[in-house]
Design a protein around this ligand. Structure first.
Ligand SMILES: Cc1cc2nc3c(=O)[nH]c(=O)nc-3n(C[C@H](O)[C@H](O)[C@H](O)COP(=O)(O)OP(=O)(O)OC[C@H]3O[C@@H](n4cnc5c(N)ncnc54)[C@H](O)[C@@H]3O)c2cc1C
Length: 366
């Protein structure tokens, strides 16, 4: 989110410094790896659809500007038991926004995509527009684009404190202070440590991803298997076909263990992590339940309602707060970069942010 904001601000001719404690796209935050899902119909709430439409355009614009591929359309299958909020929500959003989709029952899903073994009674929404974004490619392109447009990118630099002064907002760094007219805090899982007033709205959890060698590789090519979300009664898991030769990626969306401080994320993975993913594979994707290639831990920063926070700080409008996570934010980075640039430069945006306002937690925020 920070890279995208720097990209848009610098291209609008603003004086920008982007500050990152590690390196952009590092493996201890939330935005790294070769795949994040993107989908047009949005089960979380239909009001995300205009935003995700603009996000698609933004990714394509970045591809045109750089000549690189960031977004690969594979289709996405959202399947679940009768009454699944994911399937029903996606269907509702598709209908309200006229998004092309198909509704499939379990038998038809397995006929078209033999990778899946789903209980009878399950159904699915198939969205042909869904696909895969590549964060490892997108983030460096945003940072390079920001630098080329004149932004300074300070890596290995930690913001220790944000101090609003009368004429500028001071950022205290290791050994020096800088003054800014406006500050965007897109600190991911660290938001609550940097802006303590946000802490009570955020719950950081450890989420583990796994890559498995499929026993029948032909079932898991991007042509044979779309990106998938499988909403079971006990767990919701999601994953990607083997589009990069790295195996089938699968993960649980269920909240993992609480991370008390993001610096202390438990990066090492264990047998219990593997078992959680194998349980999904054994139930629904047995042909992918082969050798484990690797696992990786990442952090979700969740709000209580799982909607984003994108707003100006209630005590100082020069500070913009951005927490677009709850496990589903990456796809929006291209449009959120624009929004954050709007908020920092004009104080408002044409996009509807009402769902993301801090006011919804009204009494809790001071
Ligand atoms: C396992 C997993 C799967 C996901 N799957 C999807 C998906 O399929 N589709 C989707 O759309 N989204 C998905 N998401 C969510 C998405 O990845 C996140 O919403 C998004 O990456 C959040 O980006 P961010 O910029 O807010 O946070 P981050 O990428 O973590 O960036 C915050 C940055 O701020 C830096 N920072 C923090 N504090 C300081 C400080 N004091 N000084 C300097 N720098 C600081 C950090 O080092 C970090 O680099 C997934 C997330 C995870 C963890």
């Amino acid at each position: 989110m920070g890279s995208a904001a720097a990209y848009h601000l610098a291209r609008r001719g603003q004086r920008v410094i982007g500050i990152e404690q590690h390196t952009p796209g590092h493996g201890r935050g939330s935005s790294y790896g070769e795949s994040r899902a993107i989908r047009l119909s949005y089960f979380e709430h239909e009001s995300y659809v205009p935003l995700v439409r603009r996000a698609y355009e933004g990714w394509r614009e970045l591809e045109r500007a750089t000549g690189q591929t960031i977004l690969t359309v594979t289709g996405i299958l959202e399947a679940g038991h009768a009454g699944s909020v994911i399937v029903d929500g996606s269907l509702e959003a598709s209908r309200l926004h006229g998004i092309f989709h198909e509704v499939l029952d379990a038998r038809e899903i397995m006929r078209r995509f033999p990778a899946f073994h789903l209980p009878s009674g399950w159904h699915a929404v198939l969205q042909p527009d869904g696909g895969i974004l590549n964060p490892d490619r997108a983030i460096p392109l945003l940072v390079q684009g920001a630098s080329q447009a004149g932004a300074t990118i300070a890596v290995g630099t930690r913001v220790l404190d944000i101090l609003p002064g009368p004429s500028a907002v001071e950022l205290r760094l290791d050994g020096r202070t800088i003054e800014a007219g406006h500050v965007i805090v897109a600190a991911g899982a660290w938001l609550g440590t940097l802006v303590p007033q946000m802490q009570k709205h955020l719950h950081v959890t450890r989420q583990v991803l796994g890559w498995f060698t499929p026993q029948n590789p032909e079932l898991f090519t991007p042509q044979a298997c779309p990106v998938f979300i499988l909403d079971g009664l006990e767990d919701t898991c999601y994953g990607f076909p083997d589009f990069a030769g790295t195996g089938v990626k699968v993960a649980s969306h269920k909240a993992g263990e609480t991370v008390p401080h993001p610096d202390a994320l438990r990066c090492e993975t264990d047998a219990a992590d593997e078992q959680q993913m194998r349980s999904c594979l054994a139930q629904f994707l047995s042909a992918a339940n082969g050798a484990l290639r690797r696992m990786s831990a990442c952090m979700y920063t969740r709000t209580p309602d799982e909607d984003f926070i994108i707003d100006r700080h209630p005590a100082d409008a020069r500070i913009v707060i951005a927490s677009p996570c709850s496990g589903h934010g990456f796809k929006f980075a291209s449009v959120i970069g624009e929004i954050l640039a709007d908020l920092a430069t004009t104080g408002s945006t044409a996009h509807d942010l009402s769902r993301f306002s801090l006011q919804r937690f009204a009494k809790a925020v001071r």
